[in-house]
Design a binder for this molecule. Sequence first.
Ligand code: BGC
Length: 727
Amino acid sequence: MRLLSPFLPVAVSLVLLSCSQSDPMEKRIDELIGQMTLGEKIAMIHAQSKFSAPGVPRLGVPELWTDDGPHGVRPETLWDEWSAAGWTNDSCTVYPALTALAATWDRSLSGLYGRSVGEEARYRRKNVLLGPGVNICRTPLCGRNFEYMGEDPFLAGQMAVPYIQGLQSNNVACCVKHYALNNQEFERSGINVNVDDRTLYEIYLPAFKTAVQEGEAWSIMSSYNRYENEYVSHNPRLLKDILKGEWAWDGAVISDWGAVHDTKGAATGGLDLEFGSHTNGVDVGASNAYDSYYMAAAYKKGIEDGTYSEEELNDKVRRVLRLNFRTQMGGNFGSMCSPEHYADARRIASEGIVLLQNKDGLLPLKGEGGKIVVLGENAIRPMAVGGSSSSLKAQKEVSPLEGIRAAFAGWNVVYERAYQGEPTVTGRYNYGLYDLTDPRSDRQLLSDALAAISDADYVIFVGGLNKNKMQDCEGRDRLDYHLPYGQEAVIEALSAARKDLIFINLSGSPVAMPFADKVGAILQGWYLGSEAGNALADVLSGAVNPSGKLPFTFPKELSDGPVKTERQYPGVQDENGRWQVYYDEGIYVGYRWYDSRDVEPQWPFGYGLSYTSFDYGKASASSKKMGKSLSFKIPVTNCGTVAGAEVVQLYVRDMEASVDRPFKELKAFEKVYLEPGQTKTVTLTIDRDALCFFDAAKHEWVAEPGDFQALIGSSSRDIRAVVDFRL
Ligand code: BGC
């Protein structure tokens, strides 16, 4: 059994290298295809192991190695199985989950993330890292929200591009996932998504389009679900017409693991590379059965007997060869778990933390040498493991308690559990097993916590979800919008004793916070990776001034949101027993919904506080009319005494339209760093596309002449300046 691809034979590397230097890549690819036998072509387009495809040894085309993604490089698995290979040298730097990255609203940090994780992937000899995920957060209950970039297509697309470019600058391909409409885990392996074209084009496709067109992603992952009653991996409309046709994309479509269901669909629907179908692919199928992959023996036979065209096969081979060329040529040697990578992870983590509430300037912590009581299971719980395929083996993971202890070394830091969730990790693929079982009853845990806090200077409760099954984890959605394990009652009891309770919520999805008014400060701490505890402590101590902004709305209650009926979520079974989900809310997803219905959320999209405050001056536009583009300038001043960063957001409002339009839509943003007292003029530029809606009848983007407004502000609900303009 082989576990990892061997070094590329030197001769092969030289052949590839010299070809690229003397000939255009496409010419070399054509030549290779001309030399390949049918069997060799077929072998190239399906897996040979859990995570690799074989290449063409005879012609020196190397194996192609993929790996999860997206928050670090997954440990090695066995050749044919999901189980860990048990290596001792495959632990990694764990980067913050993508929701935390999105919350930085900082494109340069996204580039840093991509470069940094790309160096780790390169070191581990991976050609393709399976990520980033840009599916839209449609419901807070989706089990994989934590792996995605929020509820807004523009934000998700903008934050994905630098990640992709940074990753690919290491000659590691990204595989943007999960294309498309994979917005829930319930029945993910076949549920059919019913969505109108306008909603598809305006909400669910743009981040993918930006990723492939601006980011120039080299591969994309076709999702498990169905669309138009056809599996996405067999779906000519999504894969051929839109992705490869309208978007003129030349990359390779890789199936999600086990997302292919028959040869005809795979051969003719637009898929290029098949993974995970058998050999325990998502727990079904024969072992050692690569020949029984849908794009293996059956496909070969179909070409031989004329059922399928060899031309179509050649297109798949060409796309896979591009992946080979793009990822085997040059690039650095990579590095793993370096001090620089930990510094990158810490910086991204601390800048992604969102300060949601800070009564009476409670944070940052003040004074010296007092008593801090840290409460809550999430203060001690490893979070790199869990969540399923994105689960990682951390070389180091600093827990919140450890981070606080390190940052507040001269203080008396006391820990009490306060509640018990699940003492072990129950999601799949857990590489760092642990047992946090506490023999005390819930009552005892709470009363011990209450006793500990009575004389504390500060009380910090670290709770939330935990990447266990149904708590931010692939494969199953959450069942409840409220915090699990009785945490609400625990927080109520603690806050009755201490109004200055500091609540740190670790989650990758919105959660209910009905207790918000009763506590002093609230931080949204996501899953922050290896440096989680240090990053949180940086913000608690004031070493870092928080500047994260929410990438999705936190409604007060789930019922306030757009997804209300059973057919909208989780879906209903049709007369044939097939699950159908209906996106009846259309384009009204996230803040677009809360704005249009004037529903006050708990915390709005784009919201986040700072230890300083920012004053917005008068905004001006480069013209009163939109030409090719239009720029807006607004001076922003740091009015406080500490340096800080502000995310200036620009939303466009169409004052009159022939169709229903959201009240406003995010179309530009910039993050600006300001010293105390400093003013900088921020420029935000939009083009005509920012004014468009998708006209489904004409199948084109339309910008209707008339009046528009640019709403510039600090969050979607804190608009500081309005500028009128016309098209
Ligand atoms: C997940 C993908 C992942 C793949 C390989 C699938 O179950 O949906 O996101 O990349 O497994 O682990």
